[in-house]
Design a binder for this molecule. Structure first.
Ligand SMILES: Nc1nc2c(ncn2[C@@H]2O[C@H](COP(=O)(O)OP(=O)(O)OP(=O)(O)O)[C@@H](O)[C@H]2O)c(=O)[nH]1
Length: 876
């Protein structure tokens, strides 16, 4: 095997320059034409010398190693940049989703736990907890429905539903179109909400997790996902790669590390000595200074913060490693004496750190397993003693590590001590097959039988033999090649074997690095993009169905609102008309009835008072007056009764309108007609005062009217009336006398005058007294009528009764008007709310549709990164 000449080869230098120019760290990207790793491109030609495709078997010199490494590095950078961009885009998408979730709480598919194992489907993803399913609510025989969706929001209707009972909820879940299948819900991995809150039933849980709770849970998930993406980005931006060297106590781990470094840096001893993790890094990462940073317990190492570590010289390392009470790990910065072609640490492609771990024992196994699990560890090199094979501790560790990290590299050390090497090889490989079949499959690359102590190393700086001449510790190292040509040959073989190991390890580190660094990012991106895509799809569908729902609702609301507005005006006019018609009807009727009653107060048909004779004329007059007044009052009462009935009719008419237009919402007031007109009815007798006078008994006008009407009363009566009237009246007698003289003639007059006067007087007196039952009521009626007219009795009562009716009718009318107004306002409010929901849903639909498209696009980009394949042009 040809070992590197010690100077950078021409090709390596060219590739180094190319990498410096286009390593992905210098600002250029793989998308640049010149830098893209596209077969046939300048970068490709430079990197691979296309006419000479590389093969692992052709790694016969340093330049080929460098070329292969460079191709890997370009390939790696290409994928890294794609992933970085994707991470940035996904972070943007998640931030957008977070914002959207704040304004339009995203629907989140929830699934209910099922107790029926038959209904549980196997999870398509390992490690995905299948804890919840809503199958409980699904009819077992039914085909998979779109899954129940619980959204945190939105309409009053939804809210009302959220308040409903468990049964109602079940019904609702079954009745509602389902947008998410339980399977989709199970497919959520990163954004899956942990809804396992104690023993709460899912329905109660959903109730307890109202929109804001779900939104904030999702918000929290998104935040932690963004955080994780940032750390993944940091991780893939980090060009360093860490190789953990572990194995049984005294297996030769430190010797192996020193052999790799070609320097005796780490203390070797026949008895267990390494008790802390020693990470060996290139001094260029410490401003070129060789020193040891012993990291304080519980401190997070920061090279720029000296409070996190203590500085020691490389010579102090042995002491540090052997005796440590203060530290559990140290960083060892050393200059690599090897060239970039040979060096693992300083290979010009990737910064590799070697970590020498304490030997595995019952105390350290756990710590080392934890250490190995750290995501910075790209490769685990397991050193096993050829003499001891795999101990129990080693097996346990390997089994665990194989499950955690697929990248195991096994070094069987101390092979020089084995006599029957073939048997040893076979036995160890059999063991490897049992422990990690994957590693066994690639045993030629991943399992190496070497003798680390046969590799010449420089002594520790400042050590006794300080020079750089090859020396070895034990094994064949002590042989003098010049004395023993056979020994020299054996050593060469050991060195060759070790170099083959180094090449494999280097290739392995470079190749697997892509996987170990990029795979977690790729997987995480695929998972989160799947989640985002599912969530966006669901929410786009929800937004669309929300739009459909509210559009339908609007189609129903708007005509109802319009007709309600119209009806409100019409019904108001109609009720007003009912009120006005009823009141004017009541007024007119009352007026007519009272007037009639007053006008006919003296009508004997209605006046049922017996005239007892002249002696009781005054009592008779009082009785007549009372009768008349109570008759008028009775007519008022009658009017009130009639008004009451009319009011009942009016109230019922308004009520009918209310029920017709408002249905159950009509506030049916309790109307009691009997409480109308409950005031005292004797008010009339107190309002007017009609004293009985003598003249009331002699109503001349009525007498005259009566006389004109009654035929056959004759001239005598006329005369008697004239004379009597004069006598009794006491004035204007001359006119009457003259008129009598004209009738009778002057001669006759002289003869008849005296007896005629007497007769007339007697007749007149008799007639007048006789006419009292007719004239008195008339007279009293006239008096009452004029008195009532003076107090505007008819109008006052008509107004009062009509006013009462109006007041009573106002109640249902106002209630109806308010009800209609309320209904219009409610509908208007609902319309506003629905319009708002529609606008928000439209925005959400647009947003989620874009998110579906963007996440699918990103998913395709990430999915296209083939980390399992090999860089084009490199055989594997
Ligand atoms: N013959 C032979 N001896 C070896 C080989 N490798 C290491 N040794 C010896 O084995 C002993 C232990 O080596 P270390 O490198 O200290 O072992 P280790 O695994 O680092 O020990 P701890 O870290 O303390 O568990 C030393 O005396 C080495 O010289 C080898 O390949 N052949």
């Amino acid at each position: 095997m040809t070992v590197g000449s010690g100077s950078t080869s021409e090709h390596a230098a060219r590739l180094q320059a190319l990498l410096d120019k286009d390593s992905g760290y210098g600002g250029s990207t793989v998308d640049d034409e010149a830098g893209a790793l596209i077969p046939g491109s300048p970068a490709w030609d430079s990197a691979t010398q296309a006419d000479r495709p590389l093969d692992s078997s052709s790694y016969t010199n340093g330049s080929h190693h460098a070329q292969a490494g460079a191709v890997h590095q370009l390939w790696y950078n290409k994928h890294r940049v794609t992933l970085e961009r994707s991470i940035n885009r996904v972070i943007e998408l998640l931030k957008g989703l977070q914002e959207k979730n704040a304004s339009w709480p995203a629907h989140y598919p929830t699934v209910q736990r099922t107790d029926d194992p038959a209904l549980q489907r196997p999870s398509s993803r390992p490690g995905f907890p299948h804890t919840q399913s809503m199958l409980e609510d699904l009819p077992t025989a039914s085909p998979p429905h779109p899954g129940a969706l619980r959204r945190s929001l939105t309409s009053l209707e939804d809210h009302a539903k959220a308040e409903s009972s468990r049964d109602a909820e079940k019904k609702r879940i079954n009745a509602e179109p389902r947008l998410v299948t339980p399977q989709i819900a199970q497919e959520f991995s990163i954004l899956k909400l942990d809804l396992k809150l104690g023993a709460l039933h899912q329905t109660e849980l959903v109730h307890s997790l109202e929109k804001n709770s779900i939104a904030s849970l999702l918000d929290g998930k998104i935040s932690s996902s963004i955080k994780h993406l940032l750390s993944l980005r940091e991780r893939i931006e980090d060009r360093s790669s860490k190789v953990l060297v572990t194995g049984d106590l005294n297996a030769g781990k430190s010797t192996f590390c020193n052999a790799i470094l070609r320097r005796k840096i780490l203390p070797e001893d026949q008895q267990p000595c390494t008790s802390i993790f020693c990470e060996v890094l290139h001094a260029s990462e410490n401003n070129g200074i060789e020193e040891v940073h012993a990291v304080h317990k519980d401190a997070i190492y920061d090279r720029n913060d000296e409070t996190t570590y203590d500085v020691f010289s490389i010579q102090d390392l042995e002491k540090l490693v052997l005796d440590n009470a203060t530290y559990i790990q140290c960083k060892v910065y050393i200059k690599d004496i090897r060239t970039v072609d040979e060096s693992l640490l300083n290979n010009g492609v990737v910064d590799i750190a070697l970590i020498d771990a304490p030997g595995l024992n019952s105390d350290t196994t756990k710590t080392t397993a934890l250490f190995a699990r750290q995501e910075e560890i790209d490769v685990v090199v397991f050193v096993v003693s050829a003499a001891n094979h795999f101990t129990m501790t080693a097996r346990e560790f390997l089994l665990a590590a194989a499950a955690e990290k697929a990248y195991l590299f096994i070094v069987v050390n101390g092979f020089d001590m084995i006599r029957d090497q073939e048997r040893c090889q076979k036995m160890i490989l059999d063991q490897v097959r049992g422990l990690s079949p994957q590693t066994y499959k690639e045993a030629s690359e991943l399992v190496h039988f070497v003798s680390s102590n046969a590799i010449p190393t420089s002594p520790p700086p400042g050590g006794p033999d300080g020079g750089d001449s090859g020396s070895s510790s034990g094994g064949g190292g002590g042989d003098d090649p010049s004395d023993d040509p056979k020994g020299k040959g054996k050593d060469k073989e050991k060195i060759r074997d070790f170099e083959v190991l180094e090449q494999s390890l280097r290739r392995f580190v470079l190749e697997k690095r892509a996987k170990s660094k990029l795979t977690p990012a790729k997987n995480y991106l695929m998972n989160i993009l799947n989640d985002v895509n599912s969530l966006a799809t669901v929410n786009a569908e929800v937004a669309q169905s929300e739009i459909d729902r509210v559009t339908k609702e609007l189609e129903e609301i708007e005509p109802v609102l319009e007709s309600n507005k119209k009806a409100k005006d019409e019904i108001s006019a109609e009720t007003e008309k009912i009120i006005e018609d009823t009141c004017s009807d009541v007024y007119n009727q009352t007026r007519a009835m009272i007037n009639f009653s007053i006008a006919h107060a003296s009508d004997p048909t209605f006046l049922d008072v017996h005239y007892p004779g002249l002696l009781s004329a005054f009592e008779y007059a009082e009785e007549v007056k009372e009768a008349m007044l109570s008759q008028i009052a009775a007519s008022v009462t009658e009017c009130e009764e009639s008004a009451r009935s009319k009011t009942v009719v009016g109230v019922n008419a308004i009520k009918q309108l209310g029920i017709l237009h408002l249905g159950d919402e009509y506030n049916n007031l309790n109307f009691r007609p009997d409480v109308m007109f409950r005031r005292r009815r004797d008010a009339l007798t107190r309002q007017i005062e009609i004293p009985i006078e003598l003249w009331d008994f002699l109503d001349w006008s009525s007498l005259l009217q009566r006389q004109e009407k009654v035929a056959g009363t004759g001239m005598a009566l006329t005369v008697a009336t004239a004379v009597g009237g004069r006598l009794i009246g006491g004035y204007g007698w001359m006119d009457h006398a003259l008129s009598a003289a004209r009738i009778v003639g002057n001669d006759n007059l002289r003869r008849l005058i005296v007896p005629a006067i007497v007769v007339s007087l007697v007749a007149a007196a008799g007639y007048v007294l006789n006419q009292i039952p007719q004239s008195l009521p008339q007279r009293l009626s006239t008096k009452i009528s004029s008195q009532l007219a003076a107090i505007d009795y008819v109008h006052a009562n008509s107004s009062r009764i009509a006013g009462s009716v109006r007041k009573v009718l106002r109640f249902p009318a106002d209630s109806l008007r308010e009800g209609l107004q309320r209904s219009v306002e409610q509908l208007g409010g609902r319309r506003e709310e629905t319009l708002k929901v529609r606008a928000e849903s439209a925005v959400a639909l647009k947003y989620f549709s874009n998110l579906v498209r963007d996440s699918a696009h990103q998913r395709a980009a990430v999915g296209g990164i083939d980390l399992d394949g090999h860089p084009p042009g490199l055989a594997h």
